[in-house]
Design a protein around this ligand. Structure first.
Ligand code: S5P
Length: 473
């Protein structure tokens, strides 16, 4: 077929059915625009859908090698369907809505790792929607090298995608489309000039290249954080060469101090449960803080606050333990909502931090993926307060300035009789993204806790250096 003739026919059809409009609009990326392209209407015009799929096939796809097609939700889905049928290649569908309970897959359809998936999209501005789909497909082990697009708005999307190794083929650029409409007297010269001028001046923001936080060394991450405790903890880890947190879950203050005296030099953080200490005195805290000073570690009170903001601010700064006075950081549940962070933000002084619980290590815990996601979002509003997350998975958050504190670690995978699940250092650091590793009974219950702390420290540090070297096989 005569492609340029058919392209002209398509441009005029899109204008006729109001899929391309001129006026004052705002795009999904938040850019003001005098021209708007809305292909959702094509489902009402089967002849236009047919023409689009024929043109994409002839112009862009015939020569491409791929195993699957995947439309970027939602507008491109019917077109991807037509192309799947035409090329007899199977279709994959990406779920756009948030997944709940971890049972729904992000990608629907049958596929094998290493197979090639071709992306279909209607319009690209910044390229971010295509990138989201590419990222989900890649997570499943699929290869994505090419995206075919109806319209390239020429605002940076092509460059953004090409720099992420996604090659773009489009039916039209915006300039080509405008020229066809001008030639056919569908728009005035002034409108045409406005659009061309606008394209020259307004480029979509370049999506920041995503850094894998787990590949950055602690000292680099120390520079990125807004929370003073995260900065100190990253720095301590880098200088002492240890990412071990001792969870000193003993009930006698002398035993705690005795153990910390022995292992203090091997840890970056000591985690307490102050309410299990049977002989608590203020002097115990004085001595613990002296050890912290001597051995250069921080103290985390694992209180797991979970009440309304008002109560939590009292629990934090009043009562027998006066945690606000001595704990460098505390653990907090997001369950009660943002008020809990507001309360701590108001009552904690500036050199304090919060680890928010985004996931738990215990079997059958009721935290869902939606809860975790909402927790991470909540934390983003308090960058100066949040030190990091208590969590189990690398994918839980991306921000390299925050610390992943991961408990449930022993040298061998196992479980205790009450549902605690233990993973190995290799698993939690190399696969699951842990930055600070919490070990309790693995050290506390060992015959020689000091020697065992050294074993943990060395093993954990080895895994970390392997991770940041990027040489994971
Ligand atoms: O999900 C969690 C969160 C925490 S803070 N799972 C946990 O086990 N913890 C704490 O880590 C727990 O309260 C305990 O103090 C420590 C793990 O101790 P272990 O003896 O099982 O290593």
């Amino acid at each position: 077929m005569d492609i340029s003739h058919k392209l002209e026919e398509l441009a005029l059809s899109l204008y006729r059915i109001d899929a391309v409009k001129f006026g004052d609009f705002v795009t999904k990326s938040g850019i003001k625009t005098p021209v708007y392209f809305d292909l959702r209407v094509i489902v009402s015009y089967p002849e236009v859908m047919e023409l689009i799929s024929l043109l994409l096939y002839d112009h862009a796809i015939k020569e491409s090698k791929f195993d699957h097609v995947c439309g970027v939700p939602y507008t491109a889905l019917p077109i991807a369907t037509l192309l799947s049928v035409k090329t007899k290649k199977s279709m994959l569908m990406r779920r756009k809505e948030t997944k709940s309970y971890g049972t729904k897959k992000a990608i629907e359809g049958h596929y094998k790792q290493g197979e090639i998936c071709l992306i279909i999209e209607d319009v690209i501005t910044s390229g971010s929607s295509v990138m989201e789909t590419v990222a989900d497909l890649k997570k499943e082990g699929l290869k994505v090298e090419e995206a075919v697009i109806i319209l390239d708005r020429e605002q940076g999307g092509r460059q953004n995608l090409e720099s992420n190794n996604v090659h773009i083929k489009s039916l039209f650029t915006m300039t080509e489309l405008i020229n066809i409409l001008l030639k056919n007297n569908k728009i005035s010269k002034q409108t045409g000039a406005d659009v061309i001028n606008y394209l020259k001046n307004v480029q979509a923001p370049v999506p920041v290249a995503e850094v894998d936080r787990t590949l950055l060394p602690y000292e680099k991450r120390a520079e990125l954080t807004s929370n003073s405790i995260a900065k100190r903890l990253f720095t301590i880890m880098a200088t002492k060469k240890t990412n071990l947190c001792l969870s000193v879950d003993l009930t006698s203050s002398t035993k705690i101090l005795d153990l910390v005296q022995k292992v203090g030099e091997h840890v970056c953080l000591v985690k307490t449960h102050i309410d299990i200490v049977e002989d608590y005195t203020d002097n115990f805290i004085v001595q613990l803080k002296e050890l912290a000073q001597k051995f250069n570690f921080l103290v985390l009170e694992d209180r797991k606050y979970a009440d309304i903001g008002h109560t939590v601010s009292l629990q934090y700064s009043k009562g027998l333990y006066n945690v606000a006075d001595w704990a460098d950081c505390v653990t907090v549940h997001s369950l009660p909502g943002e008020g809990i962070l507001k309360a701590l933000n108001d009552s904690a002084h500036s050199s304090r931090g919060v680890f928010l619980l985004a996931e738990m290590s215990s079997e059958g815990n009721l935290i869902t993926p939606d809860y975790t996601e909402a927790t991470v979002k909540m934390a983003a509003k308090y960058p100066e307060l949040i030190t990091g997350f208590v969590c189990q998975k690398k994918s839980t958050f991306k921000d390299p300035s925050l610390i992943q504190l991961t408990p449930g670690v022993q040298l061998e995978s196992s479980k205790d009789e009450l549902g605690q699940v233990y993973n190995t250092p290799e698993k939690v650091i190399l696969e699951n993204g842990a930055d600070v590793i919490v070990v309790g009974r693995g050290i506390v219950s060992a015959k020689n806790p000091e020697a065992q702390a050294v074993v943990y420290k060395d093993t954990l540090w080895k895994c970390y250096t392997k991770r940041v070297s990027g040489k994971l096989e």
